[in-house]
Design a binder for this molecule. Structure first.
Ligand code: FAD
Length: 509
């Protein structure tokens, strides 16, 4: 009589109720499988950190007295797929009941549901006990609405969970949102906090991943892997962030710098998305720092909005829109990714830094993802599905439930404006205002035309001209279309011609 409980690679939560007591008839199953390494080409650090985290988790369970069956990537018994391994182990371990935690990705949820439907043994899907809200929370709140505004969702979450609220049930400080205070350029001080993350040598694990034939891209950094691999390390990282970076998070949330890749961001997304940390404790510690006078309200609210607001909201959008959302392409974009998405070798300094950081660290912060890389992809008309697969592969924190709405919806406007009220695009002026990238760039940030003109400029005007039919009616874009309408016809044609040349030669920019 054996109960088999499956733990997926992003379910590394030792506080789950499953583990509160040890039971001799329960076996926990964890597996490193090609199905998961190969559904998209992943960054080397992502594969390494997930496998290393899984091994650490399995060790912890065993030390706590639980029975664990762990399949390594190079185990000859490993069938390399969920159903393949389950089929084999159900018999080999004489399983009479199967349980799993609700997966966050649609494809795994569907695969396990299908597997269980074909089983004669009893089975059960339990909650992952991680998120604030249910999968269908956004669908319920926005039923019948054309646009799903994050701000509405966020305010509802603040009230429901009593986060940053005063005694009269009003938002702390009287405002819901301090976004306007959170848009400063970083002048170089205060200094970026030291990167205190623990480093691990996982070169042996990396060698076995390579020997097993798993493909990847980006720097493995296997001798000094810097991502937290268990809850204890993640908690230390959380405390360091609250103490050293949170007080400045708000001011420089949207800033970018070629001298600092992390700035005042938390780097907690990997620990959160693998469930080493619970969003409640992260939000709780940030709020406690504000109440103790250790962090300003604007910074605390800005940080909490990302987790209590954006993170829960995009998950709700994902579950409401899947399947189908992954293939949306409202603007009909089809350009392939330029080659420098894979090596960072472009003369555009902002992209060289943002993509370079992504390849080196498996991370880029939000504004680099949205207003440098995503902005370029949208202006240049890159195929949103290719863009989605690149984002899903490259970032340490990329799991489809959070990556897809951010990439396809927020960044590429491929859902036609369900998630974003207007396309997130800009010319060079925005990038110059928020960063030091334009100084020393091969291209001229001010010029629109000519060989050395910054490509963002002509692409920006061409984007709006090209998509006029779909976008002109959007009230948030009335200013752009007014500007276009008073532009000399010849100037618009010249910009379109320059954009055409750029789009035909993306690889050489
Ligand atoms: P911080 O800036 O310190 O923010 C704190 C936390 O808030 C993050 O750890 C994260 O959990 C949460 N958060 C912030 N912004 C968002 C958001 N827009 N959606 C959901 N959660 C958010 N985030 C992912 O976790 N996985 C992804 O695959 C992912 N893909 C993205 C793709 C694009 C095109 C864009 C524009 C954003 C994407 N994000 C993604 C959101 C955000 O960029 C990352 O969460 C953030 O950069 C992670 O770094 P951090 O932990 O230092 O975040």
């Amino acid at each position: 009589m054996t109960h088999l409980r499956l733990i997926l690679g992003d379910q590394l939560n030792p506080c789950h109720s499953w583990f509160q007591e040890t039971q001799g008839d329960v076996i926990y199953l964890m597996m490193e499988i090609r199905q998961e390494t190969d559904y998209v080409l992943h960054h080397a650090q992502k594969i390494l950190a997930i496998f290393a985290g899984m091994r650490d988790f399995a060790r912890g369970l065993t030390e706590a007295g639980h029975r664990v069956h762990y399949l390594c990537i190079d185990d000859p018994q490993n069938r390399q797929s969920l159903p393949g391994n389950l089929d084999h182990l159900m018999g080999a371990l004489q399983v009479n009941r199967f349980e799993y935690q609700a997966p966050d990705e649609w494809r795994l949820d569907a695969q396990l549901a299908e597997y269980c439907a074909g089983q004669s043994r009893p089975w059960c899907k339990v909650d992952s006990e991680h998120f604030y809200s249910a999968r269908d929370a956004a669908a319920q709140q926005f039923a019948g609405r054309k646009q799903w505004l994050m701000e509405h969702f966020y305010r509802h979450m603040r009230v429901t969970h009593q986060v940053l609220m005063d005694a009269n049930n009003r938002p702390s400080g009287g405002q819901w949102n301090y976004d306007h205070d959170n848009r400063k350029r970083w002048p170089g001080t205060p200094f970026e906090p030291e990167d205190m993350r623990v480093r691990h040598d996982h070169s042996a694990l990396w060698a076995s991943i390579v020997a097993a034939g798993v493909g990847s891209f980006g720097q493995p950094n296997a001798e000094r892997l810097a991502w937290p691999l268990n809850r204890a390390e993640a908690l230390v990282q959380l405390d360091d962030f609250i103490e050293m970076a949170l007080p400045h998070f708000g001011d420089f949330q949207d800033a970018m710098s070629s001298h600092a890749w992390r700035l005042f961001h938390s780097l907690l997304s990997f620990a959160l998305n693998t469930k080493m940390l619970n969003p409640r404790e992260v939000v709780g510690k940030a709020e406690a720092a504000y109440r103790a006078g250790l962090a300003p309200l604007a910074a605390t609210e800005g940080f909490i909005r990302q987790i209590l607001g954006w993170r829960e909201y995009v998950r709700g959008v994902y579950w409401a829109q899947m399947p189908g959302y992954e293939s949306l392409n409202a603007l009909g974009h089809s350009q392939p990714l330029p080659s420098w998405f894979w090596d960072g070798k472009t003369r555009m300094r902002c992209l060289a830094h943002a993509i370079g950081s992504s390849l080196e660290n498996a991370h880029a912060h939000h504004i680099q993802r949205l207003m440098v890389i995503g902005n370029f992809a949208l202006l240049a008309g890159l195929d949103p599905q290719e863009v989605h697969r690149w984002y899903l592969g490259v970032y340490i924190d990329a799991f489809e439930w959070v990556e897809l709405p951010n990439t396809l919806g927020m960044s590429q406007f491929a859902d036609g404006g369900l998630l974003a009220t207007k396309p997130y695009v800009s010319s060079a002026a925005y990038i110059d205002r928020m960063s030091d990238y334009c100084k020393g760039c091969h291209y001229d940030k001010k010029a629109r035309l000519g060989e050395r003109a910054c490509p963002y400029n002509a692409l920006y005007w061409d984007f709006f001209q090209r998509n006029k039919t779909q976008l002109e009616g959007n009230p948030r874009l009335s200013m752009v279309y007014r500007q276009l309408s008073i532009m000399d016809g010849g100037a618009v044609t010249a910009l379109q011609e320059r954009a055409l040349t750029l789009r035909a030669s993306l690889d050489s920019l």
